[in-house]
Every structure is written in C-alpha cells, then in structure tokens.
Design a protein around this ligand. Sequence first.
Ligand SMILES: *[C@@H]1O[C@H](CO)[C@@H](O)[C@H](O)[C@H]1NC(C)=O
Length: 463
Amino acid sequence: MKNLIQSIFILIAVVMSTTVAQEVIYAQVGGTVRLPKPKNIEDGHYVFWNFREKNGPRLARYNRFIRYVTQEDLPDEWKNKLTFDADSLVISNIQQENFGTVVREVRGKVIDTITYKIIKINVPLNPPLLLPGESLTLTCDAEITQGQKPRIHWLNPENTRAGHGGTVTESAKNQHNGQWTCVLTNNEKQSKAKVSVTVIDLSPAPSSSQYTSKSSSVTIPCSRPPNIPWKQFKTKGLKRVQWRFFPKPSSSPEGPQTLMDLGVGELMNWTGPTHRKLTASNLNDGNLSLINTQTTEEHGGDYECCLTFENGRNLTRTIRVEVLKIISSGTFISGQQVNLNCSTGYALPPDVRLQWIPPPSSSQQKSSHHSYIIPKVSTGDSGKWKCELWRNTTRLTSTTIILKIESNLSGWMLVTICGAAVIVILTCILVLILHRRRQRKMRHLRHRVCRCKNPKPKGFQRS
Ligand SMILES: *[C@@H]1O[C@H](CO)[C@@H](O)[C@H](O)[C@H]1NC(C)=O
C-alpha cells in the first residue's frame, strides 16, 4: 500500500514535470524573434531547439558549458540568422520559410518541452511613396491559431491610435510620414510590426513675406525637407519644375509669367526669361530656391514653386515678395509741406515694424508710420531719408530717397534778379526809344535848314 501511494506520487510528479506548453509568437517578415533559454539549467541538462516544420533542422543546442548554434548542414534559409544572446536564442531577419513551429526541449531527469508557434504578421512590405492627397491604405492581419484571434490596431508616427482594427484608410498628409506600428494583442501580450510610410512634400513655405527693396537681391525659398531624399521625388516620377510669377496687380500691368522651367531628365537646366536676373540653387541638392539678383519695383508679387509629377499631381509653394519703396509729393522749397510715403503696397503683419530715419542734418523725429508729413520743410531736411522694416532685432530691408530742399531765400533772390533784369531791359528799351526820338528830331531840324538854303525862298521874292 505504502509502495503504491509512493508510485502514484512519483507518477504525478513526472506528469507534472513533463509539461508541454505552447506559445504563440507574432513576427513580420524581416523581424526578429527571441526564444528564451530555460531558467535553472543544471549540469546534466541539455537544451535543443528544433524546427519542426517538415521535419526541419536542429537550430541550436545549449547546456551549462556550451552554447552552440548549428553551422554545418544548416539549410540555406536558416543561415546567418541564428545567434545567442544573454537569455535567448535569437532568430533575426525572419523570412517566409522561417515561420512555423520551433520546439525547445530540455533533456535531463525529466523532459520539458515548449512549442513556439511563429506566426507571420501580414503588413505591407514596401508601401508606395505617396503625394499629399493620395490614398494611404495600410492593412495588418495574422493567422488565427487555436481559435485565438488577436486584437489588432495601428499607431501612427505620433504614436496615437489610427484607423479601425487592422485597416487604415486616409488621404495622405505630411504628418503621415514616418513609422507606423501595427500592434497585435493576444493573451495580454503585445507584438508589433513596423511599416515605414513616405509622403513626399516640399518644406513649408515661409509663413511671412520675403521683404526686399530696389536693386537688392532676394532669395525666394523652395526646398525639400531634409528627411525626404531628392531621389524619392524622382522615383515618384517628377516630370517638371517651374517657377511662376503672379505680379501684384497694381504694380505691373503684366499677367502671370513663367520665370524658370526645368524638364527633369538627364539635363537639369533651368530655362527662363532673359530680361530678369534670376539664378537658381544647385538642383541636385533638391534646393529649388530662386535668387532674384536685381530687384525692381515691378518684382513685388507672388512666386510659385511648382513640381509636376507623371501622374498629373502637383506640389506647389507660394512665396510673397514685397518690395519696399518711397513715394514723395509736395513742393521742395523750404517752408512748404512735403509728404513721404513708405510702403510695400501690402499691409504689414503685426510683427513687422516700419522705421523712418531722417538725415542727420534734419531736426525731424524718427517715425513708424507709413506716411511721413513734413509740414514746413527746411534746407536741413535735405539729404538721405531712410525707411526700414524690422522684425524684432532683425532688419528685413531698407530703402532711401534723397530730398533736395531749395531755400526760400534763394527764391526771393531769384525774384530780385528777375526784377532787376526786367528793370534793366525796360531801361534799355526806354533809352533806345528816347535815342530814336532824338535822332528823328535832329533829322527834322536838318531838313528845315536845307529848305532855307533853297534858291527861291518866298520871303526874298516878295521883298
Ligand atoms: C537653398 O539655397 C539658397 C541659396 O543658395 C540658400 O540660401 C538656402 O539656405 C538653401 N536652402 C536649403 C534648405 O539648403
């Protein structure tokens, strides 16, 4: 009886210690799987990992003294994939042929076996390059085992949940660019698959206008974000790059113009109009910035950088260029009113400040109003008047006008000189008239004398 009870106990112990457990592991193609080593390995224990699919190979063996991943006779699909690290057998860069069952056996006094089912997570391998507005579709699923259906959700690059279940359908946006994660939750255990999504776009246009003034150079920026290589634009089928100009209606009678045109082929050359001094940056960097080297007042307006792709989609950025200029009106004689106006023709944003700087010889004050009225100019106001635009401590641009104020005195002098000249002329005329008159009188007198000498004077005949 005692023996019987003893053997029952032993039997129970053996049954209990010969556990056959199963564990499900999810992985994506290219991913890594870690199969843990058993804890508390004793001297007489041997651990084997066998791939059981189609009587597959022994992958590795391990005991207290040796750790050994199989090298010889290992089928090609397992080569260079197996390593040990501190506590696991690691299968890296897992491929289609590596999904299946791996059995870990511990042989010693008892046999302890655990079966790992490595199941593929189906996610897009190479999601297409997308342009904003194109459809972004991501699906994620996995084989259902033993009736266990994992719960699936997606995390977007900002790590917040997206889509419904295993599906994401969105219109592609800039912020979709980056790594998406499919999360499978099974028995409170999470497995993840990662997918890289690329949404091609240009860097955002500057939020404010580019300010410039006559004769200055201005750079009109347009470039790719540093994290999207230029090569990807070409892969996506970039066909044409253009710079277009929409002049400010009041400053130029001309309509929209194409300034630069680039066919993307072997030749990466800009062709553009010759009447404007324009240069473009080094295109091979994907820097499309345009440099307008000799600004005139007609160059204010909207500049559009436009990329056209083979599928007909466009990427555009519009940058406003504002040209600062001064207009003056009034009479430039001291004592008179002079009006100056400094503006770009557009309203200034609240963070941009205007500053008038009168010439040093002037007694006028600085001002921050567009229009500067000098009620009574003086000759001291002659010189260079400067108008500047500032954002915080940065001077954005500046322009100048030169005022020449005539002194009022010289005006009077002019009047005096003119008066004197008139008097002189009048005097001359008077003198001339008097002179003529005298001459005529003299001639008359001589005439009379002549008649006296006449041989038949009446008086003498009578007497
Ligand atoms: C592009 O080129 C312009 C002009 O050479 C330069 O000012 C700008 O910093 C460049 N932009 C980038 C993003 O490299």
